[in-house]
Design a protein around this ligand. Sequence first.
Ligand code: FES
Length: 107
Amino acid sequence: MAKITYVEHDGTEHVVDVPNGLTVMEGARDNGIPGIEADCGGACACSTCHVYVAEDWVEKLPAKEAMEEDMLDFAYEPDPARSRLTCQLKVSDELDGLRVQMPEKQI
Ligand code: FES
């Protein structure tokens, strides 16, 4: 279980407990958090689950696979360091305290 803070573009924060094994995208979807659309359902094929992770989390997360890297090119204003696709981030205890910010819009 990990406590994850999702921050909308306007600064509205949602703090939720997400069970291990789900993705960060599924944690948002299951809790009705706006700003992560996930059009492809988690197949790494749409880039509408894009977020910016907090600076201090960039190094702590598992590295991006090539597919995620490629899809991020299609995201809205991706940041080379902080952008991630939430459907590619598996939740575990190690992600407890993660903070992600949604972009102004998803593509
Ligand atoms: Fe489509 Fe993540 S949900 S790329």
